[in-house]
Design a binder for this molecule. Structure first.
Ligand code: PMV
Length: 369
């Protein structure tokens, strides 16, 4: 794939009157089997599976014009943000072979998130994938659209090749590789899924039971503080973690079993693997050196409440965690009324200022302009 995209890259002279604006919205995603530990150039140590979200999105506009040399400015929610801009700029400079045309462009990027400030929700997956979709659209204005190779499946994405978008998003931020597909994505090579790759994610939309296509994810905000360990540092800590080999073996096993459960709609197995993966991710951080405890007391209180409620009511809800204290509550659409009543009356008390975000499985990136 990489060779094809290198060949396809626009390497000519950008016309003098080339200018315009593109805009893309791209969602965040929540991993069920977690990616934690990387190798080589942003490649995962184990495969991961995620739900693509809907309400938690980045909306990114790129204004572009022909220039003598590369120019780049990044604005986040109306203000220039050099720190985040530097990350995108680094991604562009590190990957110039794929985007040589940017050296002849002045880019002004304006981005916003639909989820609230200080909600502790990582935005790199949504923002990087939204940026990549925009960049690919600018390229397609120079070259004409490429023929999508595989895994289209996001209606809003038009003619952009989602496999390529996933590959480039991965180079910008690992988990962003999974955000470009509708419903669910698998990133990382596994014998259990033909066509899977470490280099890009693939869509699972055609291989999941209908119950998962409308799954809900209510994000219970325990703390809006930024994480005490960046995911980059966290991945790096896996290199010295004595449990790493066992973890990678376990993740591969979980992928195999989760793929079967997703296909058949087996909610008991889904719950079992999802919760175990969340706790393993945190256990890995607790036994890294230096170690990190990213859960807060209310993270544990919520986990206990959720497990008790499931036991009592037999409603198949479960939790997962990202690399932070917030709890993602996952449940089927048909249970939404009961679960939302329970959130408002019980779980919200454990949240920071009773804040929670009602999200659900979504359809991937959408063109805004
Ligand atoms: O994409 P990164 O480098 O921010 O890493 C994401 C890591 C987790 O969110 C903890 C797990 C995952 O698979 O998304």
């Amino acid at each position: 794939m990489e060779k094809i995209w290198l060949n396809e890259a626009f390497k000519g002279e950008v016309p003098n009157d080339f200018h315009g604006k593109v805009g893309w919205a791209s969602p965040s995603n929540i991993a069920l089997v977690k990616y934690w530990g990387k190798k080589g150039k942003q490649l995962p140590q184990n495969p991961s599976i995620s739900f693509t979200l809907s309400e938690c999105r980045s909306e990114t506009f790129i204004e572009f014009e022909k220039a003598e040399k590369f120019g780049f400015h990044f604005f986040f929610e109306g203000k220039e943000n050099p720190a985040f801009g530097a990350k995108i700029e680094k991604f562009l400079l590190d990957n110039q072979v794929f985007f040589p045309f940017v050296n002849q462009l002045n880019l002004k990027v304006k981005s916003r998130n639909t989820f609230p400030h200080s909600s502790g929700i990582a935005s790199s997956a949504s923002s990087m994938s939204a940026f990549v979709m925009g960049l690919m659209e600018i390229e397609s204005l120079l070259t004409g659209p490429s023929t999508p190779s595989t895994n289209s499946g996001t209606e809003g994405s038009g003619t952009l090749d989602l496999c390529k978008a996933s590959y480039f998003s991965r180079l910008a931020s690992g988990s962003a590789a999974r955000s470009v597909f509708t419903k669910m994505a698998l990133w990382g090579k596994t014998e259990a899924y033909e066509g899977s790759s470490d280099e890009y994610a693939v869509s699972l939309a055609d291989d999941i039971h209908p119950v998962f296509k409308t799954y809900h994810d209510s994000i219970l905000i325990v703390s809006g503080e930024t994480k005490s360990v960046s995911s980059r540092a966290g991945h790096a800590l896996m290199e010295g973690n004595p449990y790493a080999p066992a973890r990678y073996a376990q993740a591969n096993e979980n992928i195999k079993n989760l793929l079967l459960a997703l296909k058949s709609g087996d909610l008991d197995t889904f719950i079992n693997i999802t919760e175990s993966e969340a706790l393993q991710l945190h256990a890995l951080m607790m036994c890294s050196n230096p170690s990190f405890i990213l859960m807060k007391p209310n993270t544990l209180n919520l986990i206990n409440e959720i497990r008790e409620f499931r036991e009592e009511t037999k409603i198949p809800l479960c939790f997962t965690l990202d690399a932070g204290p917030n709890v993602h509550l996952l449940y089927p659409e048909q249970e939404a009324d009961k679960v939302e009543y329970y959130i408002k009356n019980v779980l919200a008390d454990y949240c920071d200022r009773e804040r929670w975000i009602a999200d659900h499985v979504g359809d991937g990136p959408k063109k805004l302009l």
